[in-house]
Design a protein around this ligand. Sequence first.
Ligand SMILES: Cc1cc2nc3c(=O)[nH]c(=O)nc-3n(C[C@H](O)[C@H](O)[C@H](O)COP(=O)(O)O)c2cc1C
Ligand SMILES: Nc1ncnc2c1ncn2[C@@H]1O[C@H](COP(=O)(O)OP(=O)(O)O)[C@@H](O)[C@H]1O
Length: 312
Amino acid sequence: MKIVNIHHPIDDDFRNDAKVVLAMGYFDGIHLGHQEVINRAKEIANQKHLPLAVLTYDHKPAVVYKQLSPHERRNIIMNDEKMKFMESMGVDKVFLVNYSFNFQNQTPQEFVDNYLIKFNVDTVVAGSDHTYGAKDATMDLLPKYAKNRFDVVSVDLKKFKYEKVSSTRIRRNLDDGHIKTVNELMGRPFHTVGTVVHGLARGRKLGYPTANIEHDELQWLPAIGIYVVNVHIGNDIYHGMASIGRNVTFGNSNPITVEINLLDFDNNIYGEVVGIDWLYRIRGEVKFEGVDKLIEQLKDDEDFTRMFFKNN
Ligand SMILES: Cc1cc2nc3c(=O)[nH]c(=O)nc-3n(C[C@H](O)[C@H](O)[C@H](O)COP(=O)(O)O)c2cc1C
Ligand SMILES: Nc1ncnc2c1ncn2[C@@H]1O[C@H](COP(=O)(O)OP(=O)(O)O)[C@@H](O)[C@H]1O
């Protein structure tokens, strides 16, 4: 899969050689709704024997039109993972546009003429609520700007349990700790990537060493609590139990950390970049009266985690 980075204004002589079927969207999460759009584009590309391309953006469009809090700026999926997933879906080329004020400020006709035409689109596919630049630039109006130069396919919004599948709904469920619903909306386990760093070396003494995972500050994480996880290290997958929390048993003002005890594992993994599949939320974080009570609870969490993997 080829990634073409584009900064507005796009070069006058930019021209994609081959005709393409193009799916467009920011696709935060590549959830079931996004997958439907990309898969529809893939089907059309296969029928027409054309490559599949995606137009997406380097950050949230909202960055341009309002001040976002650090919390709001975070993503369900980071760009590297988004690219990997798109490649696995059969995308041949990604046009990755820097979403800036001047890009957004184009008229819809300018967007079509400057971008879609230069991408050499045969067909453009997007969700029916997609807008390109201006808010009133809706999919209904795209054929008008296309002027018969390409086909437009608007994909109906995917629903799950009577409500639209959306990135907003996934963020809300992450914040509420409803990881099962998140995973249903994603069509796969919620996944994050981070580096194993040093903690306070307390885990070992508890009998439960924990790999402390440092995440990109722009990665949206599940709510504080204790989770069953799979951890990808290189090509191997390990079962584990994770804590997202402030280690409240050891003080009230600790920063939020992500710590994972891997079952049946004994190796030094500092510096490894690991992938985490968040599978199930066991409970919230508890402030215990003493270390012994915490250790008892960790034993229960371990039993639960082993049972989970036995049954799933
Ligand atoms: C499965 C699991 C559950 C945990 N539950 C709690 C908890 O309920 N309350 C708490 O204060 N700390 C909890 N912890 C965090 C431990 O306090 C933490 O792992 C320990 O302090 C080690 O910290 P360190 O990695 O900085 O050495 C949990 C950790 C794990 C792995
Ligand atoms: N079963 C295990 N689960 C997680 N980490 C383990 C395990 N066995 C060994 N380790 C290693 O021990 C480290 C965690 O030990 P810990 O005492 O919690 O120290 P710290 O909190 O300072 O990282 C991990 O980063 C990893 O390198």
